[in-house]
Design a protein around this ligand. Sequence first.
Ligand SMILES: Nc1ncnc2c1ncn2[C@@H]1O[C@H](COP(=O)(O)OP(=O)(O)OP(=O)(O)O)[C@@H](O)[C@H]1O
Ligand SMILES: [Mg+2]
Length: 273
Amino acid sequence: MNAIPRLPAMPPAADTTIPAYTASGNERFLFEKAWEKRLPLLLKGPTGSGKTRFVAHMAAKLGLPLFTVACHDDLSAADLTGRHLLKGGETVWVDGPLTRAVREGGLCYLDEIVEARKDVAVVLHPLTDDRRILPLERTGELLAAPPSFMIAVSYNPAYQNLLKNLKPSTRQRFVSISFDFLPREREIAVVSQESGLDEGAVAPLVDLARRLRTLKGQDIEEGVSTRLVVYAASLIAAGLPRAEAVTAAIIEPLTDEPEVRAGLAEVARAVLG
Ligand SMILES: Nc1ncnc2c1ncn2[C@@H]1O[C@H](COP(=O)(O)OP(=O)(O)OP(=O)(O)O)[C@@H](O)[C@H]1O
Ligand SMILES: [Mg+2]
């Protein structure tokens, strides 16, 4: 039987260096166990629900260098693995973020993975099953991922369509967690911490967000994100009148339709008084 290599000891991290994250369930423990067992992780959930913050928090907590890639429809495998570049008249190989994460035993986070080009799956597949290898055709290397290396990917299911969807063979390589907005009291605490506005003043903003979330799919495409509530609270903490902050940070970002905007403003007046 092959000896299982020991995982690197967790470096002691001062709390101040860890981005704040309030859990909605057992996701921190799950992340840690997935990392220990070398399983890739997929996070899905609406915009502004804490996916990116969660990954930053866990990377810091586990002492892993974090390599974040915002995927877009032009993102190719070479953008992740690396390419030969001309430097001072010479061609040199430059590692991409995925290759760096493998070499350094870090955490590679691919945000909005569904946006990436299809050839990205080709490099992800051997890395996200039990082989854990990254073949670099261009340099002839075959990198074996060290035990501490991990891949996390995320996407927003609301933006999916038939053309942009993960293939089952990709999807079934990941342990998956669904994200949603925090329960009321915890969301109030998060927004207060993030913005510096006291909880009493934050509560009506969270209540408004929760009310507007019930309109998702009718008048608005996506519910109000926690991010927008943090924006509104931050503007109020900076001295902007509440009504203006709510208009600029919560209502305007939700819609371009004048009628819908007027309807949302009506709801805001009713909730905020
Ligand atoms: N659970 C949480 N703990 C702490 N802060 C949170 C939490 N959820 C949301 N936030 C706050 O909301 C902001 C947005 O969260 P984040 O950027 O992680 O969302 P996301 O799910 O990655 O969104 P997107 O899909 O748009 O990238 C954070 O910067 C943070 O201020
Ligand atoms: Mg994000």
